[in-house]
Design a protein around this ligand. Structure first.
Ligand SMILES: Nc1ncnc2c1ncn2[C@@H]1O[C@H](COP(=O)(O)OP(=O)(O)OP(=O)(O)O)[C@@H](O)[C@H]1O
Ligand SMILES: [Mg+2]
Length: 407
């Protein structure tokens, strides 16, 4: 007689969250950054701001949420947003960005401000100004001088009003800050503006703290704009997770949903190896494994990890979009880079040139390579590190390129 299959209890929803800025079920291994940020909140006056550089998908955006919680628990106001390319196009765009952000915190506040007379002589009388966008813009216009003088003036007033209302200070946090750039051709220096204004506020002992996250090009961009930025920031790079941290990122989400389906020791080891500790890959692979196990559990199959299929899907999901945006020249150069032994670490133009000669690509001279590398840097795929060498900004990209070549 045919035996009926046991009815299995329904599984909890898949807990893993591969995505862009989707909070992970368990945030693994970022204690150092959280502790460092907490220490920075205790500064009086503020001498150092926080820089969080990291590769694509390493967890820059999701770290901002616990940082925000930490800031709030210490009585600080948190404002900020994404530093979009549009915000970095001009000094005007930058000051509007900053006013719009602080306005989120100040719009319900009003201050008594000396009435301004024609010719900028202040009268003895005061008027009430609401610190909404309109009020902030009016204040901005009332300050004489350059954009940086005006912006410093209005942010000084806004921060002081928030402190008078009980705040300890204000954190200005910006994601994707690698977009910060100068436009010398248009005589627009939005990055210098940002740095100048915060330096001035901090020198006046106003507790306004800057937190910037972005690709590793970020530090160089800031130094290019203002050499003193090196002293203005403390950098806490976000790296891939260590082995125990990766294990936590894999297993803790399962425990959080009651460990409905244990991943075997071998499965966990395989996920650690394949993800190489990169948070996005951990979430992606685990989500796929959870779904695959759920399926196989119903059909009674053995619970083994279909890694080849998962990698295939990861390629389509994470890499293909970026790859399809590239020109043939950019792809050729990336293929050469992927053929280098040190492609996942640092590489030089000379190494690429040698690889080109070896591959018989004589047209790839230093200046062509340099130009293409610059275009890849603008696309956020490559960056120059502190030693002046180049690195790939997308984790394990060379593996994808090699897989493409093989298929
Ligand atoms: N510490 C962590 N532990 C576990 N999962 C994490 C961790 N950090 C990030 N993740 C997961 O990794 C993925 C990528 O995170 P996030 O979007 O913050 O990366 P990012 O560095 O901002 O990437 P990008 O440069 O593309 O903007 C998300 O799915 C997130 O849930
Ligand atoms: Mg991000």
């Amino acid at each position: 007689m045919e035996q009926s299959k046991p009815i299995l209890p329904a599984l909890p929803a898949n807990p893993y969250r591969p995505g862009a800025g989707h909070a992970p079920p368990f945030l693994a291994g970022r204690e150092t950054q959280l502790r460092r940020f907490e220490a920075l909140l205790g500064q009086e006056p503020i001498l150092k701001n926080l820089l969080l550089p990291g590769l694509r998908g390493v967890g820059k955006t999701v770290l901002l949420e616990p940082l925000r919680e930490l800031a709030r628990s210490h009585g600080w106001i948190w404002v900020g947003s994404e530093m979009s390319e549009a915000a970095c196009i001009s000094e005007e765009a930058m000051y509007i960005r900053l006013l719009a952000d602080i306005c989120m915190a100040t719009s319900s506040l009003t201050i008594d401000y000396p009435t301004l007379q024609v010719g900028f002589t202040r009268s003895a009388s005061t008027q009430q100004i609401s610190l909404d966008m309109e009020g902030l813009k009016a204040l901005y216009q009332s300050f004489p001088g350059l954009v940086s003088d005006k912006l410093t003036g209005v942010l000084r007033i806004a921060c002081k009003a928030l402190i008078a209302a009980g705040a300890k200070g204000v954190v200005f946090a910006y994601d994707e800050a690698q977009n910060l750039s100068e436009r010398a051709d248009d005589r627009q220096y939005p990055t210098s503006l940002l740095l100048d204004v915060f330096q001035r506020l901090q020198r006046e002992n106003i507790p306004a703290l800057l937190v910037l996250t972005g690709l590793p090009t970020l530090s160089a961009r800031l130094v290019e704009a203002r050499t003193y930025s090196e002293r203005m920031f403390t950098s806490e790079p976000l790296s891939k997770l260590t082995e125990p941290q990766t294990r936590d990122a894999i297993l803790r989400p399962l425990y959080l949903v009651g460990n409905p389906m244990a991943f075997s020791v071998e499965s966990v080891e395989l996920i650690i190896k394949q993800s190489d500790g990169y948070p996005y890959f951990v979430q992606f692979i685990c989500r796929e494994v959870y779904d695959a196990f759920a399926q196989r559990r119903i059909s009674g199959q053995q619970l083994s990890v279909p890694m080849a299929e998962i990698i295939h899907r990861l390629d389509a999901d994470f890499y293909s979009g970026r790859w399809s945006m590239l020109t043939d020249r950019q792809r050729d150069l990336l293929r050469l880079i992927a053929s280098l032994e040190s492609s996942d670490e640092e590489f030089t133009i000379l190494q690429i040139e040698e690889a080109a000669t070896k591959a018989g690509l004589k047209s790839r001279d230093k200046s062509t390579i340099n130009k293409t590398l610059r275009s890849l840097t603008d696309r956020g795929l490559v960056y120059k590190d502190r030693h002046g060498k180049y690195c790939l900004a997308v984790p394990m990209l060379s593996g994808f390129i090699r897989r493409q070549a093989e298929s």
